[in-house]
Design a protein around this ligand. Structure first.
Ligand code: ADP
Length: 321
């Protein structure tokens, strides 16, 4: 059983990470486990950028976006020497368990640190929902709601000018944000990296069909993983005659106060991570499967393949014309 644990956030930040940090801290302290906060991801373990946390260290953070522990990508940690140095520093601090809140890259680091003798537990935090082993990642709901609100605003102006708006949303190689946001805002077409598309068939023809039935303004939602929207904007304008504007929503989707869903799931996952360390488990990742919080071996989790919800994509396609 762990006596002193460290907690860190790593990779891209996500709203709800603070709720996870708070849950880890409070659950550990209530069990008599000492908690060390690590700043800026694995860099903090390498540089000794750490501090002891108490109950009040995590007050007033539940509703805040970003991460109070800061986050970073750490090229130095991503080497055998770096992992060894981080493990040695953990031993010096008496740390016998680490909770890593981040994405698949951060979990690879957690696997390596476990291999160097420091038991680690991963908690999925990223807005992109692109973690292979989990149906849900902390930050996804907040990012989708932000994107939805922003596109509602774009719709107001697209409607006033009889325009077509092409909006790129985040997600890296994952189309989940685009799919759900596309449904929520009534996009005429949704393009995602998981489904091959044909611009004529899947965008232009659909716009033309809608134009014939009297629709005058349109939103096309494009996932980041498609690789840019400039050409799509140009082609729509050239082929349909519609005035067409492109908007890349960008980092606005990463910020903001986490939604209820993100706060609750982050709290449950953070709590479970501490339970696992208390049970003497290591090299596990806490994930959401079929609405249950479960845990998998990190190595097995990293080998899992994410499935795209093609049924939901089909529904979106059918009801948007
Ligand atoms: P995410 O966790 O969001 O996927 P990254 O892929 O940037 O983000 O990973 C975050 C950090 O995790 C990296 O900067 C690095 O320190 C560590 N990391 C990533 N991949 C590995 C790996 N294969 N082995 C060890 N550490 C890794």
């Amino acid at each position: 059983m762990a006596k002193t644990i460290a907690v860190l956030t790593s990779g891209g930040d996500a709203p709800g990470m603070n709720a996870a940090v708070r849950a880890v801290t409070r659950a550990a302290l209530s069990r008599g486990i000492k908690v060390i906060g690590v700043r800026r991801g694995y860099n903090g373990l390498l540089n000794g950028d750490v501090f002891e946390m108490n109950l009040r260290s995590v007050s007033d953070i539940l509703h805040k976006g970003g991460t109070v522990l800061y986050t970073a990508r750490s090229p130095e940690f991503n080497t055998p020497e770096g992992v060894q140095k981080a493990a040695d520093n953990c031993r010096k601090l008496g740390v016998d368990g680490v909770v890593v809140i981040g994405g698949d890259g951060s979990f690879r680091g957690a696997r390596d640190l476990t291999g160097a003798g420091i038991p680690c537990i991963g908690v999925p935090g990223t807005i992109d929902n692109d973690i292979s082993s989990s149906d849900y990642t902390i930050g996804f709901d907040t990012a989708m709601n932000t994107a939805m609100e922003m596109i509602d605003r774009i719709r107001d102006t697209a409607q006033s000018h009889d325009r077509c708006s092409v909006v790129e949303v985040m997600g890296r190689r994952c189309g989940d944000i685009a799919l759900e946001v596309g449904i929520a805002i009534g996009a005429t077409s949704i393009l995602v990296p998981e489904v091959p598309y044909d611009l004529e068939r899947d965008v232009i023809d659909r716009l033309q069909t809608n134009l014939k039935t009297g629709k005058k303004h349109f939103i096309v939602v494009v996932a980041e993983g498609i690789g840019g929207i400039d050409n799509i904007v140009r082609e729509i304008e050239a082929q349909t005659g519609l005035e067409t504007r492109g908007t890349v929503l960008g980092h606005v989707q990463r910020g903001g106060s986490p939604t209820l869903r993100d706060r609750v799931i982050a709290s449950r996952m953070g709590y479970r991570a501490v339970e696992l360390l208390e049970e003497g488990k290591s090299n596990r990742v806490v994930v959401m499967k079929d609405n249950h919080i479960v845990d998998y071996d990190i190595t097995e989790a990293l080998n899992m393949k994410k499935t795209f919800n093609t049924k939901l994509y089909q529904i979106a396609h059918e009801i948007s014309i």
